[in-house]
Design a protein around this ligand. Structure first.
Ligand code: R5P
Length: 299
């Protein structure tokens, strides 16, 4: 088995290769004077007849990462791989998974269709925003959830917490974690203004008084959702509140805003090509789960 590390995810891809006993082939990256991208896989003669995993993530520099990833896939196909698997822990544009306002595209569909049409046999990702769009492709995919790994690192600072989804869309995530640890779970009702993006969380009867809370979500971007959820839960008498999220973009003042909302800790998967250096944030290596899925599908 061979792993091709994408520019956004080199160390993590090496870690995955170590867990799998796979060989890593280096890639030369270049930007042409006009801004176009170039990739070349070194020692590509080793690819013929092999199972090859292209491992890259799509944040930061979503657009460049996307084009480099599909160029790597194309190069692997051209070099004669017998099976091509894309491992893209964070798939950008996944939140535009439907037409919210007339005239919009379904961006998530474009990304997925392009990945499959470039020649992958299977796609592995971590907690895509909505898996219905993956399912609708009718192709091989694994959407890996890692909340138990994230929660494991904070379970000692919370007493029998209630797992809370900040909106109904995240309820399956809350249920997933609650079922693993035999916890109670519930959800909040979030509304987002389709034009301004402003978030409000509507009142809803939910029993959190004097309870510790773990909020679960796929993505923290501006932190608005998590901060708003924390404020509403605190109003209802919640005690300590921590967050487990698969992907922490944490744009601009997100970290400060989340801290101000009363949250004591954020645990994130190492799914992106950035790390925020703040003791408030803890990263968990998700490759242990990816490696076990890859072992299963390639045996
Ligand atoms: C939305 O439905 C997602 O699951 C996240 O809740 C959202 O993307 C978080 O964005 P922000 O941190 O900007 O509120």
């Amino acid at each position: 088995m061979i792993i091709i590390p994408g520019r956004n995810y080199i160390d993590e891809s090496i870690e995955l290769a170590n867990k799998l006993g796979a060989e890593i082939l280096s890639v030369k990256y270049k930007v042409f004077p006009d801004g176009e991208r170039y990739v070349r896989i070194e020692n590509s003669e080793k690819i013929r007849g092999e199972t090859v995993i292209v491992s890259n993530t799509m944040y930061p520099s979503q657009n460049d990462s996307f084009i480099e990833t599909i160029m790597l896939i194309n190069a692997v196909v051209k070099a004669g791989a017998s099976r091509v698997i894309a491992y893209i822990p964070y798939i950008a544009y996944s939140r535009q998974d439907k037409i919210f306002l007339p005239g919009e595209p379904v961006s998530a569909e474009i990304i997925l269709k392009t990945l499959y049409s470039t020649g992958i046999d299977c796609l592995l990702t971590i907690d895509i925003h909505s898996d219905h769009i993956l399912e609708s492709m009718g192709k091989c995919f694994y959407n890996i959830l890692v909340f138990e790994l994230l929660f494991d690192s904070i379970k000692n600072i919370l007493n029998n917490p209630v797992v809370i989804a900040p909106d109904k869309g995240a309820l399956s995530r809350a249920k997933y974690l609650a079922d693993k640890y035999n916890l109670q779970y519930d959800y909040l009702v979030k509304e987002r203004d389709k034009t301004t993006g402003e978030i409000t969380i509507q009142p809803r009867e939910i029993l959190v008084e004097n309870r510790d809370i773990v909020i679960v979500d796929d993505i923290i971007s501006t932190g608005g959702t998590i901060a708003e959820a924390s404020k509403r839960l605190t109003e209802k008498g919640a005690r300590r509140i921590a967050v487990c999220a698969s992907h922490g973009l944490l744009i601009g003042n997100a970290i400060d805003n989340i801290k101000k909302s009363g949250i004591i800790k954020i645990v994130l998967g190492n799914t992106l090509g950035i790390r925020h250096q703040d003791p408030f944030i803890q990263y968990i290596d998700v490759s242990v789960k990816t490696a076990s899925v890859l072992k299963e599908i390639t045996k």
